[in-house]
Design a protein around this ligand. Sequence first.
Ligand SMILES: [Ca+2]
Length: 335
Amino acid sequence: MVSKFSSPKLLITLVVMAVFFSPYFGSIISAEPLEINHYEVDIIQTVSHDDEAFTQGLLIHNGVLYESTGRYNESTLREVNLTTGEVVNSIALNNNEFGEGLALYNGSLVQLTWKSEIAHIYDIETFTETGNFSYQGEGWGLCSNSANFVMSDGSSNLTIRSHDNFSVVDTIAVSYNGSPLDNLNELECIGDYVFANVWHWEWIFIINLSSGEVVGTIDAASIYPVPLTGGVLNGIAYDSDSETFWLTGKRWPIIHQVTWVPVMAEDNSTSDLPEEVIDGLGNQDDMLESSLMILISLLFAFAAFVLWGNGFGSLTRSRGVDNPPAATKYRGDRE
Ligand SMILES: [Ca+2]
């Protein structure tokens, strides 16, 4: 291998280049895993949950759980005591309506229906229906942030809707690893982010609402009931008082209070992450910065060769070295 470096001047130049720029390449490689964070669920406590509740919407207000349940002839809006799991209050939807997502805005609960294209508005204290919104298409998940409602319909799009009249303000295409994330289901709005269940997936996805990109995943496989007596994971409620989340699923006999724990190892190794997560860790800004640094490195190397009086002629004469080692090293570490 030493024979490749037939020119001592070339070898010295390349070594100096490699040492000089090694911090940049080190930072390039270590910076990439920071963009999508991967978490696991840490259970704080587990409370019983009505195993007849086909959970479609879940939220917490002032320490009280509000839940929307689905299925024709069975759909309800209910208030649940989070200490006992007891259903404190419940009203039934029309038999031909299938309850879906649930959101709170300005003292009112807004409950979607799957295919009836109507959202019921209730006073949160009395469960008295005070009005309704209409919309086109299917209703799946719903949450409310400081500006708007955010709604899912089973596609990879989130629809931003007006607090005032439910009109469409914007449509956000949600992507994970550069691909559309279909089957977006129950939602929870927290600031500029949306936490989303995805139908038949045991992960929760953290979506940047501005870009539509998934910026985090939460593996909730560990919280499924054992034995699995219910259906899919569906139901995310954030308790701002305790800064914890409550999670459950369709017809699960339990509901958990949880926090998230980063999966990332202490040495920032990404070896424990699923391949699909690692693939999504690339950050466009970091990549641009990386490319610029490589370009600067190559220009610097070229200038050094010219000034040394040797030029790239030594490369072709020596053969076997097609690129400066810095660039070769970078490509090798990326593969
Ligand atoms: Ca929710």
